[in-house]
Design a binder for this molecule. Structure first.
Ligand SMILES: [Ca+2]
Length: 191
């Protein structure tokens, strides 16, 4: 079947829109991988913060954050990100325990409690719905026992928007359009 130019143009438009919808899910966290070599983009509260700059202790890149107790309190690291009220987002990060405990919070609400025995890097993810134009992320860490020197490695913190159903439909159409274009091109080559 020969596609008419108008239909072809429509397919190109759909393919582009689909890809645009897919690529719109940008990372919202600044310095989520700590590759600046410091805590730029984050606010730190109390305690001891160090950056592990050995690749064997980072999940990716050259740096990871090491935080936890060298004191008797909980160390917190915070960042506020721009969000759309009512929209869904996914927070994900990699973390590894070094004898400590850690917790993740969204707008002050604890969303994850990390096990103190997960000593190899583990991917954690949780979805949340934004309630305002700014959402606060917070990670807290403390040792299992005070002054025992424990803590947590944290790396690759990301927040991305979860596509709305309409965006999924658009992405699906885009993929279908790309498939149709590829099939058409293959047919043209083999002719
Ligand atoms: Ca990193």
């Amino acid at each position: 079947m020969q596609l008419k130019p108008l239909a072809l143009k429509l397919l190109f438009t759909l393919a582009f829109a689909g890809f645009a919808a897919g690529s719109a899910q940008a990372q919202l966290v600044a310095n989520g991988g700590f590759e600046t070599g410091d805590t730029t983009g984050w606010n730190v509260q109390l305690g001891f913060f160090g950056l592990a700059n050995v690749t064997s202790t980072s999940h990716s890149g050259a740096y990871a954050l090491f935080f936890g107790n060298q004191d008797s309190g909980v160390d917190n690291i915070l960042q506020s990100i721009a969000t759309t009220p009512g929209s869904q987002y996914q927070l994900s990060f990699w973390a590894a325990a070094s004898g400590g405990q850690a917790w993740a919070y969204v707008d002050g609400r604890q969303v994850l409690s990390l096990p103190s025995n997960a000593s190899s890097y583990t991917l954690y993810a949780v979805n949340f719905t934004a309630s305002s134009t700014s959402t606060q992320l917070k990670f807290g860490s403390a040792a299992g026992g005070y002054l025992s020197g424990g803590g947590y490695f944290l790396d690759d913190v990301t927040v991305t928007a979860v596509p709305e159903p309409s965006q999924w439909a658009l992405m699906g159409l885009g993929l279908a359009a790309m498939g149709a274009l590829v099939r058409r091109q293959r047919a043209a080559v083999t002719r």
